[in-house]
Design a protein. Structure first.
Lengths: 163, 105
């Protein structure tokens, strides 16, 4: 069976040298040398669900393990990964919804304590599905330290060779 | 036609395919995510918690059946409509090809 694009063109498997993953993740991110496909008519690149799911999982783990305090867009990314509204996350963390909104707008930084609680919530969520469960080392990396420093603005996430 | 024939089996088919990663997202899909300022977790959420799944008239590309799934994004003020062709792949696995619509279309 020939697989087709929305425009009717044939999809051909290929390795995409660079793929802007930002629209998918909602945070600046770039995939390099990723397996994907290219439409032979509109020439737009596409991705398999396996790749998308795997990259989102990799990004989630990388963000909860990162040594810097959570930046605004990372806090938002983690909340959405847990499929929580701002209100639902606020309720779980014992803060007001406006506090979560301020974190995500970058108005206020996520406090060191709340940074840790948010990471712990994500770890707990990941553990609900055995396939996604982080290793013991990843858990220690994620919640073994309180991040007292300020969040640093870094460039986009770059993920190499996503399957 | 090797695809689900009613709304209930269609939504189960689509949810199963998306969770397992047996779906394809084309460049048009990514363009619409950008245009509508929604990300993939909003789409996942809309599919996981769909409020409606309706058949729609479209020539299927993979000999499956076409459905319009409507649900809300994570921040519940945003309704999302996703166009999905549910089909069987070469290995007879249940798959989905996704796109995003304007809910008012």
């Amino acid at each position: 069976m020939v697989e087709r694009c929305e425009c009717g063109g044939v999809l051909k498997s290929t390795t995409l040298k660079e793929f802007d993953f930002t629209p998918v993740a909602g945070i600046p991110s770039l995939l390099r040398n990723t397996r994907g496909f290219l439409c032979q008519r509109c020439h737009l690149p596409g991705l398999d669900g396996m790749t998308i799911n795997s990259v989102l999982r990799t990004m989630t783990t990388a963000i909860v393990k990162q040594p810097d305090r959570l930046a605004a867009d990372h806090a938002r990314f983690l909340r959405k990964r847990m499929r929580l509204t701002q209100q639902a996350l606020a309720d779980r963390m014992g803060v007001a919804r406006e506090t979560v909104a301020d974190w995500e707008r970058g108005k206020d930084p996520v406090s060191a304590q709340h940074d840790l609680v948010l990471r712990a919530l994500v770890i707990a969520e990941l553990m609900r599905t055995p396939k996604n469960a982080p290793t013991k080392e990843e858990v220690v990396e994620a919640i073994g330290t309180v991040r007292t420093g300020r969040p640093t603005g870094k460039g986009p996430f770059v993920i190499e060779n996503a399957a | 036609m090797p695809g689900p024939q009613d709304s209930t089996s269609a939504i189960l088919w689509i949810q199963d395919a998306v969770t397992a990663g047996r779906y394809k997202a084309t460049g048009h899909f990514f363009d619409r995510l950008s245009e509508r300022k929604i990300d993939f977790d909003d789409v996942f959420n809309a599919i996981e918690n769909a409020i409606r799944c309706l058949p729609y008239e479209r020539q299927p590309d993979h000999n499956g059946t076409c459905w319009r799934v409507i649900g809300s994004g994570i921040d519940a003020n945003k309704m999302i409509a996703i166009g999905v062709e549910a089909y069987l792949d070469k290995k007879k696995r249940k798959c989905a090809l996704c796109t995003v619509f304007d809910p008012n279309d």
